[in-house]
Write a protein that binds this ligand. Structure first.
Ligand SMILES: Nc1ncnc2c1ncn2[C@@H]1O[C@H](COP(=O)(O)OP(=O)(O)O)[C@@H](O)[C@H]1O
Ligand SMILES: [Mg+2]
Length: 253
């Protein structure tokens, strides 16, 4: 959904880093795949370089579905989109993006360090660079080197796992980072710390696409927001605009 503010925010007419046009996803379910679940209805949005974009909506609204479509994990039923100027699913873009899934599966029998080495290997990051980057990322996410090197991840708390997940999402020094409900399941301190990490990414100039069902999280972090409800994008704009005169959209929170 295009708003006047979106174009105002982009005065130099830079192309959006995320662009979707009438993106739609219908899942087929049931034994005969004859039941349809419409998870995303004709979604059009843009995110520009350097923005921290929050996709806000209640559980089941279609936020994860949209993220998976953008990342090329699932294919749209119709519509199209561009990520960093390339069609959705284009593999060359993967080098420049990071992704923290909603419930990341991290290997129980690896240490955090080993897992990050594995992730770095997938991006063919040379050992020399890994030796610098892994400690830097551990410092950024607030995980001690001792824990990362010695403890198996099956012994990590939810907060520690989320930190490793975040470090993994940043291992390739991405320009664009997708975070799917990064604070869910964390205690208040964990949520605060995760918020600080995201704010430091923001000040480092990363473009962030952030999914959440909690208004206050989006409010504290994002400068642009879109609201999704039952697969339908119902509005987008700056927080100031959305919380201003017409905030009836926000009644679920
Ligand atoms: N693989 C799937 N098969 C069938 N339905 C799905 C699948 N994934 C999600 N859905 C349905 O799509 C809708 C949106 O889900 P989701 O994108 O996970 O929402 P959110 O992330 O906002 O909670 C929900 O009704 C959900 O049950
Ligand atoms: Mg979700």
């Amino acid at each position: 959904m295009n708003s006047v503010a979106d174009t105002q925010l982009n005065p130099v007419a830079q192309p959006p880093v995320v662009l979707t046009s009438e993106l739609r996803k219908v899942y087929r379910t049931g034994f005969w795949l004859n039941q349809k679940v419409v998870s995303l209805k004709n979604c059009s949005l843009q995110v520009y370089l350097g923005q921290t974009f929050g996709l806000l909506g209640p559980n089941g609204a279609g936020k994860t579905t949209l993220l998976k479509l953008l990342l090329g994990i699932i294919r749209p039923s119709s519509g199209r989109g561009l990520l960093l100027g390339k069609p959705l699913g284009d593999r060359s873009v993967k080098q420049r993006i990071g992704y923290l899934p909603e419930n990341p599966y991290l290997y129980d029998y690896l240490t955090g360090w080993e897992f990050l080495e594995l992730a770095a290997g997938l991006f063919q990051i040379p050992q020399r660079v890994q030796r610098q980057r892994i400690p830097q990322l551990l410092e950024l996410v607030g995980l001690s080197q001792a824990d990362a090197r010695k403890k198996l991840m099956r012994r990590y708390s939810k907060g520690m796992l989320q930190r490793v997940g975040m470090a993994q999402a940043l291992i390739n020094d991405p320009d664009l980072v997708f975070l799917d409900e990064p604070m869910s399941g964390l205690d208040p301190l964990g949520r605060y710390q995760m918020r600080e990490i995201i704010l430091s990414l923001k000040s480092a100039g990363k473009t962030i696409f952030f999914n959440s069902h909690v208004l206050s999280e989006v409010e504290q972090i994002c400068d642009r927001v879109a609201i999704l409800d039952r697969g339908q994008l119902i509005c987008s704009g700056s927080l100031h605009e959305l919380l201003g005169s017409n905030n009836t959209y926000l009644k679920w929170d």
